[in-house]
Ligand binder design. Structure first.
Ligand SMILES: [Fe+2]
Length: 157
């Protein structure tokens, strides 16, 4: 870890950096999955979904930035390359062949729900580890993920 005057004990910072790194890979993967959906969706609901998926992408980029910058604040290194992300992500691969709005809504809502579950668990883990600020960052992200899961899955309900 890099030296910092941050007063959180280094043991706490090391543990939290590990959790943040795992979620950074997932968030970066999800950010690209939203673009995959944005570009490839077709059908009668095209424009609504094309625009919604881009909004989710913009939010996912903010989640990536929040997580990465917290890693740096704690003395860690943010691993933001495609190669590092591919190695570390725990997200299921996004299907490349789907085109219909229904299928993209299904695939992206699955991805958001899976990411949301992991972020919620990260709130607990980082809070229990003794870093209330990281838990707060994950809480902020979790609220946003829940909102976009609603926006996306409502199309198939
Ligand atoms: Fe675009």
């Amino acid at each position: 870890m890099h030296p910092t005057k941050n007063d959180l004990p280094s043991k706490v910072r090391a543990k939290v950096i590990g959790i943040l790194g795992d979620r950074l890979a997932d968030a970066t993967d999800l950010m690209l999955q939203t673009k995959q959906a944005h570009w490839n969706v077709k059908g009668a609901t095209f424009i609504a979904l094309h625009e919604l998926f881009d909004k989710v992408n913009e939010s996912a980029e903010e989640w990536v930035d929040l997580i990465a910058e917290r890693i740096i604040q704690l003395g860690g290194t943010a691993e933001g390359t495609v190669q590092a992300t591919a190695k570390r992500t725990s997200m299921k691969p996004y299907p490349l062949e789907i085109t219909s709005g229904h299928d993209h809504v299904e695939a992206l809502s699955n991805a958001l729900a899976s990411f949301g579950k992991k972020v919620r668990s990260a709130i607990d883990k980082t809070g229990k580890a003794g870093d209330a600020d990281t838990a707060d960052i994950f809480t902020e992200i979790s609220r946003d993920v829940d909102k976009y899961l609603w926006f996306v899955e409502a199309h198939n309900q």
